[in-house]
Write a protein that binds this ligand. Structure first.
Ligand code: NAD
Ligand code: MG
Length: 390
């Protein structure tokens, strides 16, 4: 019986995780769930799945939850405020931590899980992008293990030989759907609306990662994520656009073999893989029917439609603090786009302007320095937007 904490339980990955966990009551016990703003959703999940405790950011929300739990006769502790997420990520009774908070907000709890030696199911790619060295060092020092949840990285992990025998790999091929604007005109992309950008053709995800898929910066962040997870350089990672999202990624070996992992586009597959690892467990995902799928297509990514992909590769190759800077700039530009304050095309321009300004910074070697660099890049992004607006 393994005890699990789900950070970001109300999100798309969090809900899929709870769905898989609930299919295996003999294997998993829910220790804690966290949420940020969707308190009613958290209340409903807690009453349904009965974790030991929950954590929320806001004190008033915590009070409201406590009253509701008393009202429903549910013995569920409520943590809130600074340190609450770290506490549920590092509690001694916890074995597995699903890190599924979106964005830089997920870093401190991921680091806490690493230092406490947990088995981390890592969906929050931003932790690796902004603080790859720091996070991996915390994992080594704490004795934590990391299992990738991002579908591409989970696929690569499944296609790699057992640890300790990593010779003979020529390339990692990360697939990407190309998002909703794969074939759109440059004019249509420039002025795309938030509703168009989040309408992903294959995956049902949170709003931020959906916009990243539309700019293809998601794949850019995934290049950086792959570099840290698998210890490979930029030149051995390639991106392949695959609109059907059935081949989740591939590993090519020096003998010409190419291994791929396939499945329907449903995050419960990588989640179940990591939850059960090394066993295989049921996920609830519909079996893949390749004959019904018919055609599987592949093409190179279009550098003109998707400038963010170039920015990410540039950031990775600069080998310093640039990935952290790019991630922070992008969180600000995507938030402004979703809030209707900038155009879709501005996202790449703002990200590039901030990279030009701060991309030469050295990689931070401590969490506080990462958070400092992240903050400076956010301020720079806001200033670029103010200059554009005036
Ligand atoms: P989402 O927006 O659906 O959910 C985000 C979760 O984070 C929510 O539970 C929310 O309460 C929590 N959260 C948001 N801001 C917070 C803050 N400031 N403090 C504490 N908690 C906060 O996002 P998602 O699509 O589930 O993505 C989660 C992570 O998984 C992201 O890093 C994303 O890149 C990664 N990921 C998602 C998918 C997917 O299919 N959705 C696939 C691969 C990777
Ligand atoms: Mg992915």
């Amino acid at each position: 019986m393994k005890a699990i904490t789900v950070l970001g339980a109300t999100g798309s990955i969090g809900l899929s995780t709870l769905d898989v966990v609930a299919r295996h009551p003999e294997r998993f016990r829910l220790h804690a769930l966290s949420a940020h703003s969707r308190i009613d959703a958290l209340l409903e999940l807690a009453l349904k799945y009965r974790p030991r405790c929950v954590a929320v950011s806001d004190q008033a929300a915590a009070e409201r939850l406590r009253r509701q739990f008393v009202h429903h006769g549910a013995a569920i502790d409520v943590h809130s405020g600074a340190g609450a997420l770290e506490a549920i990520a590092s509690a001694p009774e916890v074995d597995l931590v699903m890190a599924a908070i979106v964005g830089a907000a997920g870093l401190p709890s991921a680091i806490a899980a690493a230092r406490a030696g947990k088995c981390i199911l890592l969906a929050n790619k931003e932790a690796l992008v902004m603080a790859g060295d720091v996070f991996l060092r915390a994992c080594r020092e704490g004795g934590a293990s990391v299992l990738p949840i991002d579908s591409e990285h989970n696929a690569v992990f499944q296609c790699l030989p057992a640890a300790g025998n990593r010779g003979g790999i020529r390339r990692i091929l990360l697939t990407a759907s190309g998002g909703p604007f794969r074939q759109a005109s440059l004019e249509a992309i420039e002025s795309a609306t938030p509703a168009q950008a989040v309408a992903h053709p294959r995956w049902n995800m949170g709003r931020k990662i959906s916009v990243d898929s539309a700019t293809m910066l998601n794949t850019g962040l995934e290049l950086i994520e792959a570099h840290y997870l698998f210890g490979v350089t930029s030149s051995s990672i390639e991106v392949l656009v695959h609109p059907q999202s059935i081949v989740h990624s591939l590993v090519e070996y020096v003998d010409g073999s190419v291994l791929a992992q396939l499945g329907n586009p449903d995050m419960r597959t990588p989640i179940a893989h990591a939850l059960g690892y090394p066993d295989r467990i049921e996920s609830g995902v519909t079996p893949l029917d390749l004959a019904a799928a018919g055609r599987l297509e592949f093409e190179p990514p279009d550098p003109v439609r998707f400038p963010c992909l170039r920015l990410a590769r540039q950031a990775l190759e600069s080998a310093g603090g640039a990935p952290c800077v790019l991630n922070a700039a992008n969180e600000i530009s995507v938030e402004a786009f979703l809030g209707g304050r900038i155009r879709f095309g501005d996202i790449a321009r703002i990200n590039e302007a901030v990279l030009d300004e701060l991309g030469g910074e050295r990689a931070a070697q401590e969490v506080n320095a990462v958070i400092d660099l992240d903050g400076r890049a956010r301020r720079a992004a806001r200033q670029v937007m103010e200059r554009q607006a005036s």
